[in-house]
Design a protein around this ligand. Structure first.
Ligand SMILES: *Cc1c(COP(=O)(O)O)cnc(C)c1O
Length: 376
């Protein structure tokens, strides 16, 4: 059986977790948390990275820092994971969904401005499959209308747009280290902060509304309740697991990209004959091999292909029931303009197995079975 995902594991995780336990500081912001944050800051050039308990929580921190309030509107794609929206809904925001581009499945940058109203406070972009949104255009709209930009870069670590790492272009960037992502700590994430003016508040929100982060650095002699907040910091044992992978980030990235290219090459003839579509990576975007997906003719063909692959011991999955058509999406949001691509394209998308330990022969086998399904 070829699984759809196998959580990343490099071999050093157990040793680092043992060290974290032996350091006798297993709560948040220990040695391994510091190493992970420093790694992210050095690799991306962001002003500050704070490790969090999930990408969902990093998005919640971003919504708190953006001071989203009851009735504010946030523009985002409907083709995304629920947390992109939920983080803002928790602050009382209304979600305004706009359509995606069919080539990248990312928000259509040309539809954003028409959705801006007097209540719009932020744009939340999602870099689907680690392929960047059209950030130049999005940042220009944000500047013109004074909007905060939050990058849901859950799938975007190590990827870039015109040389800039994803997560560092908007005001806030959010990574995920869930077990389904390129680097993992089980559950976890990180908030990237571009402008230093937000760092102090971010530390307070993350540490239950206290200035304990300052206290630990010896900058204040006692810590106090400073503001509202919650508990968004992961334990150091989880950070230790993650650090073993960040140390090998390039190797993991290279392997994923190699498997991605192999799929692409093996399936390109099926694309040329018009049977399926393959992902598009626009000029200027460097992705990270997070995901390999194909697009079938329609939902029925996709269901048949999933069943055929399953019979051949291959697990493939699809995702995102568009948020605007889900119960909470109807309650908390509205779709601006016409849904030309969101629903239609989401019904055609199928993700093939993709993970660090996926073998070359396995990619050949999966690609071969997809071709067999199409009689090629
Ligand atoms: C995985 C994912 C999330 C959620 O990440 P968690 O770390 O599980 O909270 C949010 N947005 C997108 C686009 C994702 O792929």
């Amino acid at each position: 059986m070829i699984n759809f995902n196998v959580p990343p594991f490099t071999g050093k995780e157990m040793e680092y977790m043992r060290q974290a336990v032996e350091n006798q500081k297993i709560c948040g912001d220990g040695e391994f948390t510091r190493r992970c944050s420093t790694w992210i800051e050095e690799r991306t050039g962001t002003s500050k990275s704070l490790l969090t308990t999930s990408c969902t929580h990093a998005l919640e921190l971003a919504a708190l820092l953006a001071e989203i309030k009851e009735g504010d509107e946030v523009i985002m794609p409907s083709f995304t994971f629920v947390s992109t929206a939920d983080a803002f809904v928790l602050r009382g925001a209304r979600i305004v969904f706009v359509d995606i581009r069919p080539d990248t499945m990312n928000i259509d940058e040309n539809l954003i401005e028409a959705a801006v109203t007097g209540k719009t406070r932020a744009i939340a972009v999602v870099h689907y499959a680690g392929v960047s949104c059209e950030m130049d255009k999005i940042m220009e709209i944000a500047r013109k209308h004074q909007l905060i930009v939050v990058e849901d870069a859950a799938q975007g670590i190590m990827a870039s747009y015109k040389g800039k790492p994803l997560g560092t272009i908007g005001d806030f960037g959010c990574f995920s280290f869930h077990e389904t992502k390129n680097y993992s700590m089980g559950e976890g994430g990180a908030l990237l902060i571009r402008d230093e003016k937000y760092i102090e508040d971010a530390e307070i929100f993350r540490e239950k509304g206290t200035d304990r982060s300052k206290f630990f650095r010896g900058q204040v002699d006692k810590y106090r309740w400073m503001n509202h907040g919650s508990s968004y910091l992961p334990s150091d044992m989880n950070a230790a697991y993650l650090y073993a992978q960040l140390e090998m980030a390039d190797e993991i990235n290279d392997i994923r990209l190699a498997r991605w290219k192999q799929y692409y090459e093996r399936l390109s003839r099926l694309m040329e004959s018009g049977k399926i579509e393959l992902p598009k990576v626009p000029e200027g975007c460097i992705h990270n091999g997070h995901m390999f997906y194909i697009k079938t003719k329609d939902m029925e063909e996709r269901a048949a292909l999933i069943a055929f692959l399953k019979k051949n011991e291959i697990l493939s999955v699809f995702h995102y029931v568009p948020l605007h058509s889900a119960p909470a999406g109807i309650k908390f949001g509205r779709f601006h303009g016409e849904d030309i691509y969101t629903t239609k394209e989401s019904e055609r998308l199928l993700r093939l197995p993709m993970f660090y330990k996926l073998k070359e022969q396995e990619v050949d086998y999966v690609a071969g079975k997809v071709k067999e399904f199409y009689g090629a």
